[in-house]
Ligand binder design. Structure first.
Ligand code: DQA
Length: 139
């Protein structure tokens, strides 16, 4: 099984950025534990702050991989182009958020992407990624 995690803008600063909201672990450390937990799954990781690069990655893996776990950061709330990319591919996409976006500012309550995703997981800290992979394993 081959899964792609895609992190969008500002998520390269996890562990540094707004720690009270996003925690103090950087993503690479979390990913090492995640890969150990899912020993039989190949977890590929990509991060970009650039909308078009996120779209290119969705196109690249979206016809062959078994699942995409996508935290599009703030593009979640704005990007029709990423929504269209999700709709264009065959691979199921799980939208994830570290924070509970529904507890936060109103502009974070809207997702342009959710309707094109298989499901949404938000608010479980870094564990949101693990839960998203678990969801891809459900039959
Ligand atoms: C986020 C929530 C978004 O609203 C925000 O812009 C992010 C991170 C999250 O993981 O909680 O960058 O996607």
């Amino acid at each position: 099984m081959n899964i792609q995690i895609i992190n969008g803008p500002n998520l390269n600063l996890l562990g540094v950025r707004e720690k009270s909201i996003y925690g103090s672990s950087d993503f690479e450390s979390y990913l090492a534990g995640l890969q150990k937990h899912f020993a039989n799954i190949t977890i590929n990781y990509y991060q970009s702050n650039v909308e078009g690069e996120i779209i290119n990655k969705i196109h690249e893996v979206g016809f062959s991989y078994d699942g995409i776990v996508l935290n599009a950061g703030a593009y979640t709330h704005t990007s029709i182009a990423i929504a269209d990319a999700i709709a264009a591919v065959n691979t199921p996409v799980i939208e994830v958020h570290i924070s509970n976006v529904y507890k936060r500012e109103e502009f974070r309550h809207t997702s342009m992407l959710a309707a094109n995703c298989k499901g949404v997981i938000a608010g479980f800290g870094m564990h949101s990624y693990r839960l998203a992979i678990e969801s891809l394993l459900l039959k």
